[in-house]
Design a protein around this ligand. Structure first.
Ligand SMILES: [Zn+2]
Ligand SMILES: [Zn+2]
Length: 248
């Protein structure tokens, strides 16, 4: 984060998590008026594959369908077809690179609500679960000085009163987003391992990530948890990318 930006955020005023427009300090929503309208529109977005909305769309990557009984996600991740940057792109971008507390808290709240809704739909008692996350590559953790999935997981655990567990480590070197589907699988398989000294005290886990694309990261992380004695793992992501994977 640039220094000026930082000072502005710390001392001057509260700003919209998307466009940096000043907003009222006491306002509940973290968006300015224009962005809150865009956010409402985003929630109404329909799936580009099945035409359903986010509550009823069940299009999942083959890998995810094969490996998880239940999968929670909150919004569709829409790619940029025009010059204009889409709202989910922008919010995921903010999540990944800006360490902006309002943004993390907002997305965690959205994810928490989807998680509760999803568990209700599938008859899952979320209180039996602990929360962990798929860690960011060390290179990026050092570069941006935080791990967005960890921050989201911590916050969701706090909101739901669940245990937050640091179970996994990322020792990978390649960035998932730059790889093809097959390369992603191979990279995910090689990148994650159980954290040194990790003792598994839980049976069931929600595994948090910011975005689900092929699902490879989530699947390989879940296999490590199953290997450590977990009996159920449910992925929880903020966005679901419908464009890059080949579903079934
Ligand atoms: Zn705004
Ligand atoms: Zn769909």
């Amino acid at each position: 984060m640039k220094l000026l930006d930082f000072i502005r955020r710390m001392f001057v005023t509260r700003i919209c998590i998307l466009c940096d427009e000043a907003i009222d300090r006491d306002q509940k929503s973290p968006f300015c008026e224009d962005c809150v309208e865009e956010w409402d529109n985003l929630l109404e977005t329909r799936c580009n594959r099945c035409g359903e909305d986010r509550h009823t769309c069940n299009c999942l990557p083959h890998l995810v369908r094969k490996n998880f009984k239940v999968c929670c996600w909150s919004v569709f991740y829409t790619p940029n077809h025009s010059e204009e940057i889409s709202l989910t792109h922008l919010l995921v971008y903010r999540l990944k690179y800006s360490k902006y507390r309002d943004c993390i808290n907002f997305c965690a709240e959205v994810m928490k609500n989807s998680l509760i809704e999803c568990c209700k739909k599938h008859g899952v008692n979320y209180k039996e679960y602990a929360i962990t996350y798929s860690p960011r590559r060390l290179h990026n953790r050092l570069r941006y000085e935080f791990d967005q999935s960890k921050e989201l997981a911590k916050r969701i655990a706090f909101l739901l009163g669940l245990d937050f567990v640091e179970a996994l480590d990322n020792i990978g070197h390649s960035e998932q987003k730059k790889l093809s589907a097959i390369e992603r699988r191979r990279n995910a398989q090689e990148s994650y391992k159980l954290k040194k000294g990790f003792v598994n005290n839980h049976k069931k886990y929600f595994i948090v990530d910011d975005i689900m694309t092929s699902g490879a990261t989530l699947v390989y992380c879940s296999r490590l948890l199953y290997g450590a004695g977990a009996t159920d793992v449910i992925p929880v992501t903020y966005a679901k990318d419908n464009y890059k994977y080949k579903g079934d």
